[in-house]
Design a protein around this ligand. Structure first.
Ligand code: NAG
Length: 272
């Protein structure tokens, strides 16, 4: 028996399992977040919000699959799970800015590279945040392409406050939205949110770096598939980046966003 070969075989298997698990997480868990229960709006209301288009490896077509928030001309802020996965390459992502319409209009800019937070992948969806550097000169600002107001790192958002998601993700009709939509939800106490997510068959950790929001025990309003990486606003201020949820707009399980506050220093060190 050739032990070395066996070992090598196991390590290749482990390697494959690892990637299949990552691909599964990317496709099946993280794909959850769309705007459910919202209304159409135009891009002038959210000029810092951009589409993240994915190029399909097989069809070679581009399609909006995530969203991001403009930090400055060269950098946008999104969810790490949108810039990650088995076949991920920056060449398979691009940004569309300054348009209300999904996959059309505005300006398109290529992605140079992503800086996924170093803790991403270590504890469930914790650290699901990325700073993305755009190619060339990046974005040119105008009335519908502007930087976002980022939350102050020490600010604490109380429970039950109205907050807003916006995006082009799946609506209650089950398909992506042709136009930008927004929806108002309310911040949910983190302990309650943690308890809810702990009841799942495969419990998901709710960490201090996450903000839960929805209509608790009511449901019907949420971000969903295709809204990932997009904003959770408190007023005009970006406080969260859409990360995941148990389904969408579920009464029991609020939507979960990555809290931007704990990452402000890191964002500044990467993007400014
Ligand atoms: C909410 O999520 C739970 C757990 O996945 C599921 O059993 C339940 O059917 C969902 N509720 C609705 C209304 O979709």
């Amino acid at each position: 028996m050739n032990l070395h070969n066996t070992k090598k075989c196991y390590s290749i298997l482990r390697f494959f399992c690892y990637f299949i698990c990552l691909a599964y997480l990317t496709c099946c868990c993280y794909a959850a977040p769309r705007i459910i229960g919202g209304f159409p709006v135009t891009i002038d209301r959210y000029p810092s919000l951009v589409q993240v288009e994915f190029r399909s490896l097989f069809a070679q077509t581009w399609s909006q699959s995530c969203a991001a928030n403009i930090l400055n001309e060269k950098y946008v802020l999104s969810a790490a799970h949108c810039f990650f996965g088995l076949f991920y390459s920056p060449a398979l992502r691009r940004i569309r800015a300054g348009t209300t319409y999904r996959n059309s209009g505005g300006s398109v800019v290529e992605v140079e590279r992503e800086f996924n937070h170093p803790t991403f992948g270590q504890n469930g969806a914790d650290g699901d945040i990325t700073v993305v550097r755009l190619a060339g000169y990046g974005l040119e600002f105008n009335p519908v392409i502007k930087p976002v107001y980022v939350v102050h790192p020490q600010s604490v958002i109380p429970d039950n406050q109205p907050v807003i998601h916006a995006g082009w993700g799946t609506t209650e009709l089950g398909t992506a939205s042709d136009v930008l939509r927004d929806v108002t939800v309310f911040t949910v106490n983190r302990e309650i949110c943690r308890e809810r997510y702990a009841t799942l068959e495969e419990p998901l950790p709710i960490t201090e770096n996450m903000i839960c929001a929805g209509l608790l025990d009511v449901g019907g309003r949420d971000a969903c598939q295709g809204d990932s990486g997009g904003p959770l606003y408190f007023g005009n201020t970006l406080i969260g980046v859409v990360s995941f949820g148990e389904g969408c707009a579920n009464a029991t399980f609020p939507g979960v966003s990555t809290s931007v506050g704990p990452y402000v220093q890191w964002i500044q060190s990467v993007a400014f």
